[in-house]
Design a protein around this ligand. Structure first.
Ligand SMILES: NC(=O)c1ccc[n+]([C@@H]2O[C@H](COP(=O)([O-])OP(=O)(O)OC[C@H]3O[C@@H](n4cnc5c(N)ncnc54)[C@H](O)[C@@H]3O)[C@@H](O)[C@H]2O)c1
Ligand SMILES: [Zn+2]
Length: 383
């Protein structure tokens, strides 16, 4: 038996932002990151649509990339002053994840981040407000997921808050919002979406619902990511990437991820390698590693008229190269001496990462270390 959870309403397509006009409520707080939604006019459009729905709106701005608990607490204080009945996360995943965490603190002011990070610790939400997610990057799928990632900058730790309570009520997936995304953000976030599709597809709790979404999301990324990088204003292609990210999000929020993410979380936390870039470096060798216990990658190779896991791993490498992402951790610029000093700790933490539980092949310490070593050098593993 299995359960499939997604937002109650998902509006998608170019121009779907206008569905904000159908929201019911009196006051919205819109949480944004930097200035991109101001510069590209999306914030103004959002506020105009809300006005048409007779919903007053106020803005909480300045959420940083990898949002901190300090920002979340400031935002929650703002929510207490403004008393919204709608929370809107608008922008990259950082802004939306921060808005999700502010929403928890708004409803439960005595919350503690460490406690929220325990599995399914979030209490029932929606006593004060509903949540609307409007992403402007095509990668994490946060508009769909029951997940918010918050950083405690003092401890240097990233806390994933995992609960289906955090699944937004309304998701708006409008590719037009992504046109202003810089090429490197498009490439990294698009490869993140690819990794969600691939890891969900081979998850050890995968099922036919999520397989269908994951497989089609993978196909969409391969067909559209290079053009999205080259032609930023091509809205059709932007929409296809936004749909891919959303579909991969639907799959992974239900069947979770694997060791690409376990290993990548450590590379992000320790060396600041962008999430999608780290995933793309790791993915081909993780495919080779997992292919010893699953033949599902053969179905993904078939998308290219090929037949083996190795064929699919090589297609991922070609895509990575074509969008200008480096081939190895060394090439990203990590110092070899520092790398060797950290390698055992990275490996231990990757073993403990919750995503490891859903990987199709249970890895040993030395196996994870071998994958890390090969990905540092940019060579193929054989284990
Ligand atoms: N909630 C989830 O399901 C989930 C899953 C995976 C990762 N994460 C977290 O997501 C965060 C990363 O999110 P992200 O990859 O969306 O990046 P981001 O939100 O950090 O944005 C990256 C940069 O791009 C800018 N930007 C965003 N949209 C833009 C646009 N349309 N035009 C111009 N600039 C734009 C932002 O201002 C920022 O500078 C990390 O904190 C990661 O841990 C969350
Ligand atoms: Zn990811």
């Amino acid at each position: 038996m299995a359960k499939f959870i997604v937002p109650k309403e998902i509006f998608h397509g170019v121009g779907s932002l206008e569905n904000l006009k159908g929201l019911k409520g009196t006051k919205a707080v819109i949480v944004i990151g930097g200035n991109s939604v101001k510069k590209n006019g999306v914030l103004e459009k959002t506020q105009n649509f809300l006005s048409e729905a007779k919903i007053e709106s106020v803005v909480f701005g300045g959420v940083e990339a990898d949002p901190s608990i300090d920002t979340v607490l400031k935002g929650a204080e703002f929510f207490q002053q403004e008393q919204p009945d709608i929370v809107i996360g608008l922008g990259g995943c950082s802004a939306i994840d921060a808005a999700k965490a502010m929403w928890i603190y708004y409803e439960y002011p005595d919350s503690k981040l460490e406690e929220l990070a325990a599995p399914f610790a979030v209490k029932p939400l929606r006593n004060k407000a509903i949540f609307v997610a409007v992403p402007s990057t095509s990668g994490t799928g946060t508009e769909i997921t029951g997940l918010s990632v918050i950083t405690d900058t003092k401890k240097g730790t990233k806390y994933p808050i995992v609960s289906h309570e955090l699944t937004p009520d309304v998701a708006i997936v409008d590719g037009e919002l992504c046109a202003s995304m810089p090429a490197h953000v498009t490439a990294n976030t698009g490869l993140d979406a690819l990794s969600h599709g691939v890891e969900a597809y081979v998850s050890n709790i995968s099922d036919c619902y999520n397989d269908a979404l994951a497989k089609d999301s993978i196909d969409l990324v391969f067909k559209n990511l290079p053009t999205a990088v080259e032609e930023p204003n091509n809205t059709e292609v932007r929409q296809a990437m936004h749909d891919a990210s959303c579909m991969a999000g639907m799959a992974f929020t239900n069947v979770w991820l694997g060791i690409v993410h376990s290993l990548s979380h450590q590379l992000g936390g320790t060396f600041g390698i962008p999430h999608g870039c780290a995933n793309a470096i790791l993915m081909p060798n993780v495919i080779r590693f997992n292919s010893k216990v699953t033949d599902k990658y053969n179905n993904l190779a078939a998308l290219f008229g090929k037949s083996t896991a190795e064929d699919f791993a090589q297609e991922v490498e070609k895509l990575r190269q074509s969008v200008g992402v480096v081939n190895s951790i060394k090439e990203y610029g990590i110092d070899e001496k520092l790398w060797l000093e950290k390698l055992d700790t990275l490996t231990e933490n990757a073993m403990k990462d919750p995503c490891t539980l859903f990987n199709p092949r249970k890895p040993e310490f030395e196996e994870i270390k071998a994958i890390y070593k090969a990905c540092f050098e940019g060579t193929k593993i054989d284990c």
